[in-house]
Design a protein around this ligand. Sequence first.
Ligand code: 13P
Ligand code: SF4
Length: 312
Amino acid sequence: MPATAIDLKSEILRLKKERNAVILAHNYQIGEIQDIADYVGDSLGLAYKARDTDAQVIAFCGVHFMAETAKILNPNKTVILPDKDAGCSLEESCPAEDLEAFLKANAEKNYYVIAYINCSGGVKALCDVICTSGNAVKIVNKAPAERPILFVPDANLGAWVMEQTGRKMDLWEGSCYVHVEFTQNSISKIKEEYPDAVVVAHPECTTAVRLLADEVCSTEKMVDFCKTSKVKDIIIVTESGMLNRLRKEAPDKNLIPGPTDHCACNDCKFMKMNTLQKLHDCLDTLTPTVEMPEDIRKRAEAPITKMLEQSK
Ligand code: 13P
Ligand code: SF4
């Protein structure tokens, strides 16, 4: 086992070359992982990178549904995830069996089902199209006008998209356990502390928090917002790993993490399960891999591919 952080990093780079691997990392990963990754981005950017890579191994530093999306889009690659238990509360809130039973019980509605990408491959396989926070408005605007929409599993993102598009949708009652921790109280308080600041929030936040924001957008769009904002103080209402990326890309800004009622910032325990040591070990052993039955993969691929086409 390598002795120091420098050894660990150089070992990861050596293994990456030996394995012909690419390291993809989400914006919420710890700084050390973001620093060593080939690409850092949001769910949408990561899906494109995973689909288009020539590398034989995709080391996915994010949560399980993101790595699974990589496998669905590029099944001949070996996809590894540093910690196989890195899940997501939104994925947990919508088991495929429950969605299937709901759709059966409501078959007469002939729902057009739109799933936020934060769900399992089994859920994706039951849907018409997938969306991410970065393209949800576009995808809902392209839904057939004559069919009612069922939006799963994030009710907060769904509520925001309804406001943006004017399209009514039936919402699955799921939520992100991290983003619902931001409250009207906690964000109002930090705004009082920084009266000149602008607020940027992720659409997984509750409506009460969103209404306090100047900008609501995906993690990738937060980078553009912070780079181009004329205002110096920016309150970032999302998971704390985002600050690593933003501080690199917008070093001239005073970036303030959005607090909760209990804490000055807000971590996703799943995103933080990945460590440099685990990244090293998964490149070394090429485990744990992300696998899924081929019939489900094929059925899940169609709505993801449709999303990638529709987001152009
Ligand atoms: P983004 O696609 O905006 O990065 O969101 C992913 C996510 O899990 C937010 O909690
Ligand atoms: Fe899931 Fe929320 Fe963590 Fe994103 S921040 S991975 S939505 S639990």
